[in-house]
Design a protein around this ligand. Structure first.
Ligand code: DQA
Length: 155
């Protein structure tokens, strides 16, 4: 049974994530981005939430989307791809968005190349999930719901 919370989750994918399905399935799984989004949409609904999706390969477009989120979303689920590791403008835009955010990666970024170990957005996110493939998104949605419930109870 799902309990309606009405929380609006903005799911944002960054550079190269539209190429899922062509990228190394051992790192990223076999789903395409539309398939992953369809799965996330269903899982969000089961948790009584709604999911909206955005993808861009252009950093400026990603930043501007973050700028426009005020009043449009209750929380963010972010996989910025390689931008995670160096795009300070995205970090600043996330700070401006000022929404609860969870960072997610399909692959296990802590156990790959050294440059993937650092994240410019981690300090602004209440949690990070990596290395659980597409299944990690289900865990992320559950954590987002818990976090939003907790904040609503504290308010
Ligand atoms: C990624 C990890 C990044 O290091 C990489 O550049 C990506 C995808 C992931 O989901 O595992 O493009 O964010």
């Amino acid at each position: 049974m799902s309990i309606a919370t009405g929380y609006r989750i903005e799911v944002m994918h960054g550079v190269n994530l539209d190429q899922l399905g062509r990228r190394d399935p051992l790192q990223y799984g076999a789903l395409t981005l539309p398939e992953l989004e369809g799965q996330v949409e269903r899982q969000a609904r089961e948790l009584g939430m709604s999911a909206r999706f955005f993808h861009s390969n252009h950093e400026g477009a990603f930043v501007e989307h973050l700028h426009g989120l005020q009043g449009q979303a209750d929380a963010l689920l972010l996989n910025p791809g390689a931008w995670t590791h160096y795009a300070w403008a995205i970090r600043d835009a996330l700070e401006i968005a000022a929404l609860p955010a969870l960072e997610i990666h399909l692959s296990d970024v802590q156990n790959r190349e050294r440059w993937r170990r650092s994240s410019v957005i981690a300090e602004l996110c209440f949690a990070t999930i990596s290395g659980r493939g597409p299944d990690g998104y289900r865990d992320a949605l559950a954590m987002l719901r818990e976090e939003l419930d907790r904040r609503a109870a504290d308010a």
